[in-house]
Design a protein around this ligand. Sequence first.
Ligand SMILES: NC(=O)c1ccc[n+]([C@@H]2O[C@H](COP(=O)([O-])OP(=O)(O)OC[C@H]3O[C@@H](n4cnc5c(N)ncnc54)[C@H](OP(=O)(O)O)[C@@H]3O)[C@@H](O)[C@H]2O)c1
Length: 230
Amino acid sequence: MTVIGILGAGQAGSTLARVSIAAGYDVVLANSRGPETLAGLVARLGPRTRAASAVDAAAAADFAVTAFPYAPGDRLPVAELAGKVVIDNNNHMVWRDGVLPEVEAGLKTVHELRQEQLPTSKVVKAFTHVQFHERSTIRTPEDALPALVRLARPAGAPDRRALVVSSDHPDAVELVTRYYDDLGFDAVDNSPLSESWRSAPGTPMWRHHVDGQSREQLVANLRSAERPPG
Ligand SMILES: NC(=O)c1ccc[n+]([C@@H]2O[C@H](COP(=O)([O-])OP(=O)(O)OC[C@H]3O[C@@H](n4cnc5c(N)ncnc54)[C@H](OP(=O)(O)O)[C@@H]3O)[C@@H](O)[C@H]2O)c1
């Protein structure tokens, strides 16, 4: 059984755990405070999930997710994540995370900075433009579902949405493409990480994070992105 180590157990990490378990994965969840603080969440998620420290979750993982914002001083389990695919779902928000001069100047993407923090891992940007929460206005029962659940469709469905994936490592793109498929989404490859500014907050594709977009729309929206002047 494939074990996903999800570091970050907030809105994104806990929702990703829920859909991954439903798709047949096992999950080890970690946060910054310690596994004892995750007892209630783990009980709700059921027997395919357990809580651990970030180091232990990383060690147990076949692949991992960093579901928390990037910060220059992040202390990460580098050794335990060595050689593994690490999905980074962070959207850099200046109002929340502060100014990152290299990102603001257009010299690097925040995901390249995460790759630098994890030099022996295969960092891949994914799940950044799908909401892990309900719609802001609930008009139908479906609207109360996280978009990651509400928008999921079986392979081949005419209204299947696509999500973007970017990495410097082709095998990480392949892994995420299969994972997206398992969760009900097509993939569009926007590699390498240096190109991942095309799916940053505020870009044409990112504005579809509530209701999603088809593969063709996503390709066109990525192409029409313009890098803001540094
Ligand atoms: N929410 C969404 O719909 C959404 C959509 C797309 C992308 N994202 C991205 O997903 C990330 C998480 O967002 P969120 O809404 O889930 O935030 P959140 O609810 O605030 O959760 C953040 C989680 O990360 C944990 N954490 C922080 N630093 C950690 C570390 N060094 N090691 C392990 N765990 C750590 C926190 O643990 P403690 O509580 O113990 O500190 C908390 O469980 C962000 O980067 C965001 O941009 C979110």
